[in-house]
Structure formats: structure tokens, C-alpha cells
Design a protein around this ligand. Structure first.
Ligand SMILES: O=C(O)CCC(=O)C(=O)O
Length: 279
């Protein structure tokens, strides 16, 4: 089983000031060609190994939601624990450095990753939601979702759709279920001009969005899979606030090195992605 590493080049991932300002306005940023075609092939091969239950690191991912029906999304969390290539991809400083610039953070830690495989011919809707609403054990909303396209995303393959600027509206109640048949949007305040931004990007590009940006995705009507590898990351300054149930809460407590309430996140559950050499 071969593993792939992802060399880092600071200059090609340094963002212009305008891109950072636009992220503040719109709540997202698209970075083209972060991974080459050969790198995406290697990630897809690793993703298929993980989906098939082969783990080169000798341990399983933290959570698996496998397919019960042909239209179901496969969702696997913390593949970085199971497979070396997946770890190298989601913990890459390419993502960490871009996220750090977007939220102006001195450092970036992994929150958790997700491998998503939306099947062809009807793969289900992902309901509109805000990521941070699921992560209330992170006290500060200083999170970024880095969504790596593993296939070309086309208008009919169930692209994510961002409701531009909604990260400025505060926190919304959680939807009843995250996947299903219903793409209903939350009722936004009267006067808020809704602008939908579908994420139509080629494989290898990465979409970055703010933890409060409302987004969802439609069914996959195409005849191809729509796969994505997602690195959900947070500022290294974020602190732990117990209360809401989350996989990370019980997982981090498996080792003695984890944050107490009010402390910054630390320990092996939350690897540092940026800066590369910091302790
Ligand atoms: O891939 C999708 O359709 C949705 C992904 C998503 O909600 C996320 O990564 O935050």
C-alpha cells in the first residue's frame, strides 16, 4: 500500500488581501488547484481503501456512517487516524496556512475531518446548516471548513450551495436531520438579500467556509460519484466549553492530555496543522 505526501510551498498559498476581505464579506473563499490530479488520484485510492475498511495506520476512523440504501451519503469522520495518505491530505499546511490567513489566526488545529461520498443517480440532499452550530464545545466561532473536491463538481452533481453573507446573521437552530430529501432553507430575516453561490469547482480545488455560513447541497442527479474530503479546522486559540454532545468530547478524553473547561484545545485529538514547526 503506497502513501502520498503533499509538499508545501508558502508562496503559492499566500492570499492577496482582497481575497481575505471577500471572505469576511461573503463567508467563503475558493482556492483553485490546491492538489494536483495525481495527488487527487492518490487521495481517492486511499478514500476507497478506508471505505472498504482497510486502515494502514492499524486503527479505525472515529466514526462511520455507511450506506443503508443506494442513495445514502457515506460519511466517515477522522480518517486521518486510519490512513496515512488521508492524514497527509487533511493535515496539510496548504490548508492550515490558507485557513490561518482567512480568519487571521496565529495557528490552526484540526477539529475533525470527514470523507463524504455522495452516490450518483439521486444521492441525498444535505440540509442547510451552519457547521459551528454542531460544535458548541468550541467556545469561539473561529472555525473554517476546508472542502477538498475529489471529483469535478458540476451543477447536476449536488454541489454545496452557500447562502452568501449569512455568517454575519448569527447562529441558527440546528436542522432536524442533516441528510434527507428536503433542501428547505431557514427563513432568513426580511430584507436580507439571498444570494446563492453553488460551489462548481474542478477536482483538486478547495472551498473554504466560515463556521456560521449557511450551506447545504442538493441531490446528485449526475451519473458520477461526488466525493469530498473535508478538513474542519479551528484557530489554535479556541477554548473548550463542555455541554453539547460531540464525538470529539469522548474521544479526547481517551488520553490524559486534553483541555479542561476554558482551556485551549490540546492533545492528540487535535493535531496542529499550522504553523508547521510550532510545538
Ligand atoms: O458536501 C456536502 O454536500 C456538504 C458538506 C458540508 O456541509 C460541510 O463540509 O460543511
Amino acid at each position: 500500500m503506497s502513501t502520498t505526501t503533499f509538499p508545501f510551498d508558502l508562496a503559492s498559498t499566500t492570499l492577496p488581501r482582497e481575497a481575505i476581505a471577500l471572505f469576511g464579506e461573503r463567508g467563503y473563499h475558493i482556492q483553485p488547484s490546491v492538489y494536483s490530479a495525481a495527488e487527487i488520484d492518490a487521495i481517492n485510492a486511499a478514500a476507497d481503501r478506508v471505505i472498504g475498511g482497510l486502515y494502514d495506520k492499524g486503527q479505525p476512523p472515529d466514526c462511520r456512517m455507511d450506506r443503508q440504501e443506494p442513495v445514502d451519503l457515506i460519511k466517515i469522520d477522522n480518517t486521518w487516524k486510519a490512513d496515512t495518505t488521508m492524514a497527509n491530505a487533511v493535515l496539510s499546511p496548504r490548508l492550515g496556512y490558507i485557513a490561518a490567513q482567512l480568519i487571521q489566526a496565529p495557528g490552526i488545529l484540526m477539529w475533525h475531518d470527514q470523507l463524504l461520498d455522495k452516490p450518483p443517480h439521486g444521492g441525498r440532499v444535505v440540509t442547510y446548516h451552519q457547521d459551528w452550530a454542531y460544535w458548541q464545545m468550541i467556545a469561539e466561532c473561529r472555525t473554517v471548513t476546508c472542502w477538498i473536491a475529489l471529483d469535478d463538481v458540476l451543477p447536476d452533481s449536488g454541489p454545496m450551495v452557500f447562502l452568501e453573507g449569512t455568517q454575519r446573521l448569527g447562529i441558527w437552530t440546528l436542522p432536524m436531520g442533516i441528510t434527507g430529501d428536503d433542501a428547505q432553507k431557514p427563513a432568513l430575516p426580511a430584507g436580507f438579500k439571498i444570494r446563492e453561490a453553488p460551489v462548481i469547482i474542478p477536482k483538486g480545488s478547495v472551498s473554504f467556509h466560515h463556521g456560521l455560513l449557511l450551506h447545504g447541497s442538493d441531490r446528485n442527479f449526475s451519473s458520477s460519484r461526488r466525493r469530498a474530503l473535508v478538513s474542519h479546522v479551528m484557530s489554535a486559540e479556541c477554548t473548550y466549553r463542555p455541554g453539547q454532545e460531540h464525538m470529539n468530547d469522548w474521544k479526547m478524553k481517551e488520553t490524559p492530555d486534553h483541555p479542561a473547561p476554558g482551556e485551549k484545545f490540546c492533545g492528540p485529538q487535535f493535531p496542529r496543522i499550522w504553523p508547521v514547526s510550532a510545538a
